[in-house]
Design a protein around this ligand. Structure first.
Ligand SMILES: [Zn+2]
Length: 333
């Protein structure tokens, strides 16, 4: 959604730099920026769980969804680590922990608490992750869970002695992550949706934030990253030009269209997408020149309104909803 962030290398750079020292300034006076981050993770966990699980029947590929977002003490510089962990009431400096839980999700109903240090999963050590990337361990944990069967209980060992049995439900493919970055942006890489703190702060409410997250989730459901790569599209400097830009724009239009149906399928107001992107398109500090990879915000709002109208018409006629694109998106060529 934000062209500057859609390059994989820039994502890595931003993640590495900003988690150790949050750059966002939106935390209310007296509130730790880490508490603001934890609060956003709770919102994103709830919205992500609802969007992925309510729409599971529409998704061509599913994965187990637990309703959690993971945390890791390694995300934080040593001199800020205790302050960061306090936001989750976590005091274990070594183990990955549960940073957020969606209400009524499998993890929440199993009794796992936020801040709980996870010492083993299904009697095996918690995956450690490869390399020095701050999110390496969380990525390894998420990837291992995504490969498990839906509906099969998993024993989660918390601390030295407690074991919780968590049975995931089917959901569309995606894990969710919040980045301590004050730019109002988000990224979908095919496996996860990353939401910046700045985007959550820009959203007026959870309907707004759900609209933005549904757009990113739609990119993953429609496998845009993999399909753009397969089409040989340049995600670097060349993305602004010619065929690259045209195919990027096609994926943006597709994500917008599907996002409205994902909102409706999860019980959100489908008109919230047009409302959100209208405001986003006119936000202060936006790039003055329209990127060639995205339609203009006026075109986006018109297209989003058209999808919401199609949903309203189907509902008024008593028809079940059939989202576009999911079965057979047009080729990227
Ligand atoms: Zn997008």
């Amino acid at each position: 959604m934000v062209p500057m962030l859609s390059n994989a290398r820039s994502i890595v750079a931003i993640l590495s730099l900003s988690m150790v020292a949050p750059t966002f300034a939106a935390a209310p006076a007296g509130q730790s920026p880490y508490s603001a981050l934890a609060a956003t993770e709770a919102r994103v966990a709830a919205i992500g769980f609802r969007l992925t699980t309510a729409n599971a029947a529409w998704c061509p590929v599913t994965q187990p969804q637990f309703g959690w977002i993971w945390g890791d003490p390694r995300l934080y510089a040593l001199d800020r680590r205790a302050e960061a962990l306090a936001a989750y009431r976590a005091d274990d400096q070594n183990h990955a922990f549960i940073a957020a839980l969606a209400p009524d999700s499998p993890a929440a109903t199993a009794g796992v608490r936020i801040g709980a240090p996870v010492t083993a999963i299904a009697d095996a050590p918690v995956p450690n992750g490869q390399g020095s990337h701050p999110f390496a361990r969380i990525t390894a944990i998420e990837t291992s869970f995504a490969a498990r069967p839906v509906g099969t209980a998993i024993a989660l060992h918390i601390g030295a002695a407690r074991i919780f049995s968590v049975t995931p439900v089917a959901g569309c493919v995606s894990d969710f992550r919040v980045e301590a970055n004050d730019k109002p942006g988000a990224v979908a890489d095919g496996r996860m949706v990353l939401v910046n703190q700045g985007l959550a702060d820009f959203a007026a409410d959870d309907e707004d934030l759900a609209a933005a997250i549904a757009h990113e989730l739609a990119h993953n459901i429609l496998r845009h990253r993999a399909r753009l790569d397969a089409a040989g599209v340049d995600r670097g400097l060349g993305k602004q030009f010619g065929r690259n830009a045209r195919l990027f724009k096609q994926t943006e239009i597709e994500a917008d269209r599907l996002s409205v149906w994902l909102l409706a399928g999860a019980g959100y107001d489908p008109t919230s997408a047009a409302r959100f992107w209208d405001r986003f398109g006119q936000r202060k500090g936006r790039p003055l020149l329209q990127a060639s990879t995205h339609p203009s915000w006026r075109d986006r709002v018109a297209a989003l309104n058209a999808e919401a109208a199609a949903i309203a018409a189907a509902r008024a006629a008593g028809q079940s909803l059939h989202p576009p694109l999911i079965g057979a998106p047009p080729p990227l060529e």
